[in-house]
Design a protein around this ligand. Structure first.
Ligand SMILES: CC(C)(COP(=O)(O)OP(=O)(O)OC[C@H]1O[C@@H](n2cnc3c(N)ncnc32)[C@H](O)[C@@H]1OP(=O)(O)O)[C@@H](O)C(=O)NCCC(=O)NCCS
Length: 202
């Protein structure tokens, strides 16, 4: 078997269609098995990519043999979950030092081969180099499994209500980007608040 050519680069505007197709596929095939039927339908509301991630140059794609097989990135803007336009267009997070991991997708044909872990690492390094000291995110059930092995801990379990009234259980997770892996604490679950959000992008 020939050695695959793997490359990492910043996402461009002309990648948007390919990334949205990837997001749909990943949501259906990799997140779908963790959801019930109505959640599976509503989950497609979450697949549109927030274009600010590309404009801000904080979103990455992984190509294998020239084909985009995974994507993900981080944001310095407000909102763990927000629509195609950010809730607040001003960069909010610089003062707190906390960046936000966003919109992680792997092609189901390449799942469980370590690509998701690679994207997390690239996003963390990019945020760290930009001066951020911690990362937070809202994790889907399958995302939570990935982030736990990447050293993230659960701050709170969160219930999100989609436009059609379907609820999703997500985890608000965090990671200190300044500490070596060996010094991080174990997972600690917290309270379960309810968030009501409509038409959003994870
Ligand atoms: C979450 C996602 C990006 C993971 O991508 P991936 O490339 O398969 O991840 P990796 O291969 O790097 O997995 C790393 C580890 O995460 C855990 N993991 C990932 N997917 C898992 C699954 N379906 N079941 C159990 N553990 C899983 C495992 O510990 C895995 O290590 P292992 O394969 O050596 O056991 C992918 O499943 C996806 O696109 N899901 C749909 C979209 C989504 O929910 N994104 C997260 C938004 S918060």
């Amino acid at each position: 078997m020939p050695t695959p050519r793997i490359s990492v680069r910043l996402a461009r505007n002309d990648d948007l269609v390919a990334i949205e197709a990837l997001a749909k596929l990943a949501t259906r095939d990799l997140l779908g098995p963790f959801l019930d039927a109505s959640q599976q339908i509503a989950s497609m509301d979450f697949t549109a990519l927030d274009p600010w991630l590309i404009k801000d140059q904080t979103y990455f794609v992984i190509e294998v043999d020239g084909v985009i097989r995974a994507s993900g990135g981080w944001s310095f803007r407000g909102g763990l979950v927000h629509s195609k336009e950010p809730v607040d267009p001003t960069p909010q997070m610089r003062s707190t030092g906390t960046a936000r991991l966003r919109a992680m997708y792997t092609d189901p044909a390449m799942a469980r081969k370590g690509i998701g872990r690679m994207v997390v690492s690239i996003a963390e390094t990019s945020a760290r180099l930009a001066g951020y000291t911690s990362m937070e995110l809202l994790a889907t059930p399958v995302g939570k499994l990935l982030y736990q092995v990447c050293g993230y801990t659960v701050l709170q379990d969160i219930r999100l209500t989609a436009c059609n009234g379907t609820t999703f259980n997500l985890a608000h997770m965090t990671k200190d980007l300044t500490k070596p892996q060996s010094e991080r604490r174990n997972d600690t679950d917290g309270r379960t608040p309810t968030w009501h959000l409509t038409s959003n992008t994870v």
